[in-house]
Design a protein around this ligand. Sequence first.
Ligand code: DAH
Length: 326
Amino acid sequence: MPNNYTSLISELREKLKECKSPHDIANIKAHYLGKTGIVTNEFGKLKDASLEEKKELGKSLNILKGQMQELIALQLDNIQKTKEDNNFVDVTLPGKNISMGSRHPISITINQITSILSNHGFTSVSGIEIEDEFHNFEALNIPDTHPARDMHDTFYVSDDKLLRTHTSSVQIRSMLSNKAPLKIMTPGKVYRCDSDPTHSPMFHQIEGLYIDKNVNFCHLKGVLINFIKEFFGKDMEIRFRPSYFPFTEPSAELDIKFQGKWLEVLGCGMVHPNVLSNVKINTKQYSGFAFGLGVERLAMLKYDIVDLRMFYENDISFLSQFKGLK
Ligand code: DAH
């Protein structure tokens, strides 16, 4: 093969190395073998050559063309293979885990509490969070001058509007609009100016209220004893400790024995006749009991959580421990 043909081959080799795509290859192919390509031109020269030269040159040109086609096809093949390698999906690799969210522990606890209470016949009612003094205090037998108002560190929104300090205000709204008989539970947020490992300025309460004929303290005890047992899933040591709330008489606090210590879990009592009169319910005909519990407190006891603020820090590793619970 003539020298210039051999150098054409090495030139092509170099150019092919630079090719990154089938498009690059097509350009190179056209440059050498296309209609006006270098090799095609060489073929064109044959017609002016002598018979002897024709034989010789023709043979060399065919070899050149053949080698070039082979090199080009090889490089095209390489490029396509690399492309396939880059797109390769290894189906045996472990999948990327898209983790599902889970319910918040406070929602889980509210669901558990309300589902137990609904089995006891309580219907869920929601109230409003910005209350007035009448529904949050006065109607609940907590007059302006009453020392019990100091029990609450209240967030006032205006002179008469406040963020409700307890869900007991919903008792008043329900009794005013529905009269007796009545059996309600009122899960919701409440607000107090308080913040430490066991108190947060916003927390959740569930209030229970049952008004009917002949309701007495035994009914109250029965509901709460069953409730505690069902909530914790086992028999717990319980005591009713006499206490004071302006809206109940008699009043008690329910304590449970937890790791050897008595812990207060909720307040309760027989609805004070003054409260019933305030909402125009005949106290000769009706009586009732009420209780109020803190959701965070019960959740902390059940799930052994020491700092209440963890509920609100949105730490995924904390929250994901409640996966699967409803
Ligand atoms: N409202 C009370 C509080 O926030 C809790 C409470 C105590 C509610 C006794 C009641 C009750 O209905 O009878 O501390």
